[in-house]
Design a protein around this ligand. Sequence first.
Ligand SMILES: Nc1nc2c(ncn2[C@@H]2O[C@H](COP(=O)(O)OP(=O)(O)OP(=O)(O)O)[C@@H](O)[C@H]2O)c(=O)[nH]1
Ligand SMILES: [Mg+2]
Length: 220
Amino acid sequence: MKIFCIIPAYNEEKTIAEVIEKVKKNVNEVIVVNDGSKDETKKLAKEKGAVVLSHIINRGQGAALETGNQYALNKGAEIIVHFDADGQFLAEEIKDIVSPIVRGEADIVFGSRFLGKKSNLPQFKKHIIIPLAHLVNKIFIGATLTDPQNGFRAMSSETAKKITIEQDGMAHNTEIISKSFENNLKIKEIPVTVIYHNFGQRFSGGLKIIKDLILSRLIN
Ligand SMILES: Nc1nc2c(ncn2[C@@H]2O[C@H](COP(=O)(O)OP(=O)(O)OP(=O)(O)O)[C@@H](O)[C@H]2O)c(=O)[nH]1
Ligand SMILES: [Mg+2]
């Protein structure tokens, strides 16, 4: 099947080349959505042979994923994988995340850090952000997944047509889960590995996730 991998990237010059190199062995097309990066992300991604779509200004990870999804659908993708640019996911796990879709057992598959595989999560993320995301999902969706803030997922093209990502920022995670339930999709979770290289630096990112999550729900 024709598998497209969408990699949203914002100032990821340190990791983007290696991530593309590894991902391209596992998929048919690699699409980097460069979201107004101020570093060499775009140049490096092009050199590695990825298709690079660019937002002129930074619009957020959710907006970048939607740009990527639309492109992939237009180009005839059958399965779309979302994969981070920061080198935290393992490209060899792409085959595991797409396989339930290939076998017709799922419409959308979510990666989870809490189903057996080891991930060295920072305490702030583990004890504050993830429980908060669970709470927000339970209150607003009435359901949650084991890892509501995991950006590693795969969906069929039919699913991508049903799920338009309208949350530009970090609340897209909750939005995708919510729309999967609303559309009665066949949902599956599989264990994935998430590696943390640089502890402590993502504290402000964590606060942004909390702000996006709560604001998006208050507005909707
Ligand atoms: N396009 C785009 N991508 C972004 C933006 N912010 C983050 N990303 C990308 O989204 C992915 C995840 O971002 P992170 O900041 O690592 O978020 P996270 O993985 O949920 O958080 P950690 O668990 O702390 O790593 C990476 O590939 C980033 O480059 C943004 O504003 N625009
Ligand atoms: Mg990350």
